[in-house]
Design a protein around this ligand. Structure first.
Ligand SMILES: C[S@@+](CC[C@H](N)C(=O)[O-])C[C@H]1O[C@@H](n2cnc3c(N)ncnc32)[C@H](O)[C@@H]1O
Ligand code: SF4
Length: 353
């Protein structure tokens, strides 16, 4: 009797052990499994809500929230470092350009930036104005902006289209007229700087946020622009390190030879240090610029700059945004890292008018 009780006790203990080991094992398996599921769920859920998903060649999901449309390659200036040169004279018919912009909006575009070439050159700014108005009025985009050399803008343009424009960026690389001549940032002997101040005053009058872009290169790298930038008081001062692009400003078939404009990372850093008191300064080294822009060319093809040249996708007008964007080379993380997302609608800016 005693013996059979002992056997029963041992048997029970053994069962307990086995079930313990079993449940521990189950727990381990459950945890490993749920951790694995969690990671995978996390990968999907960590993406913010998007209107429509597209994926790049890397297979990453991306949204074309901010897009640069270089609708013309023609320009009235001859900047020696220019990386978007007059390789064609093509411009889409306006209805096709509008159709493409609508496709971009449907794919999630919130900000459009019109660039070139010089965007105010084609049809004396009317083509640009009509697209600006269309993007704000019809597509209701939160942000519509332009990058221009500023030389061809007239006050009548602001009177007609100013209300539809959020930001106007004017490029100025030097506050020394001779340096602008050496760079080629001029038309004849006309003063680029006087024009910059004139456009800045119109921005104030017609309630458009004013921005400045500067390309730091061999000829302006030692300049101190602090006083002028303070006086002009832009909402944002983008400071680019001069970049080389094969086929544009270096190498075979290029229309420029920009090697002599190139500065080192340290020289660029020294320039930034000299201007560190300016709060609106946004620096863009070659590293940061690389792959962080979604660029549409004059045919509405995405331009992939990953190989150091501009490789075009098919046109969004032929294959749609989702297919074309796979070949854009766009890196959304780099876009966010360079501060690509900011308060970009003038309605939300605290502008001192
Ligand atoms: C290609 S331009 C077109 C718009 C307009 N023509 C202008 O100059 O502002 C667009 C911007 O790219 C900048 N840019 C041109 N070549 C560059 C280069 N090699 N490296 C960095 N930025 C450059 C220009 O200064 C300008 O701010
Ligand atoms: S960077 Fe100079 S040459 Fe190039 S498009 Fe702008 S103004 Fe024209």
């Amino acid at each position: 009797m005693l013996l059979s009780n002992q056997v029963a006790l041992v048997w029970m203990l053994l069962q307990l052990c086995i079930s313990n080991v079993h449940s521990k094992l189950s727990e381990v398996i459950r945890r490993v499994f749920s951790a694995w599921m969690g990671v995978n769920r996390g990968q999907v859920n960590s993406q913010p809500k998007r209107p429509k998903l597209s994926s790049t060649a890397r297979g990453e999901v991306t949204t074309p929230s901010s897009v640069n449309y270089h609708f013309t390659r023609q320009c009235n200036y001859k900047c020696g470092f220019c990386f978007h040169t007059a390789k064609t004279s093509f411009v889409l018919p306006i209805d096709e350009a509008k159709r493409g912009l609508r496709l971009m909006k449907e794919a999630g575009m919130e900000k459009i930036n019109f660039s070139g070439g010089e965007p105010f050159l084609h049809q004396k700014g009317v083509f640009l104005g009509e697209l600006v108005q269309y993007c704000k009025q019809e597509l209701q985009l939160p942000s519509v902006s332009i990058v221009s050399n500023g030389s061809m803008i007239r006050e009548t343009w602001f009177q007609k289209y100013g209300e539809y424009l959020d930001i106007l960026a004017v490029s100025c690389d030097s506050f020394d007229e001779e340096t602008n001549q050496v760079i080629g940032r001029a038309q004849g002997r006309k003063s680029h700087i006087d024009n910059l101040y004139k456009v800045r005053n119109w921005c104030k009058e017609y309630r458009v946020a004013f921005k400045i872009n500067s390309v730091i290169n061999t000829f302006n790298v030692h300049e101190d622009m602090t006083e002028h930038i303070r006086g002009l008081n832009p909402v944002r001062w983008k400071v680019f390190q001069c970049l080389l692009i094969e086929g544009e400003n270096t190498g075979k078939d290029s229309l420029r030879e920009a090697e002599k404009f190139i500065i080192t990372d340290q020289e660029f850093q020294d320039f930034l240090d000299r201007h560190q008191s300016i709060n609106c300064l946004v620096p863009e080294s070659n590293q940061k610029m690389k792959d962080s822009y979604l660029i549409l060319d004059e045919y509405m093809r995405f331009l992939d700059c990953r190989a150091g040249r501009k490789d075009p996708s098919k046109s969004i007008l032929d294959v749609g945004v989702e297919e074309a964007i796979k070949f854009s080379g766009f890196d959304e993380r780099m876009f966010l890292k360079r501060g690509g997302k900011y308060v970009w609608s003038k309605a939300e800016m605290k502008l001192e008018w």
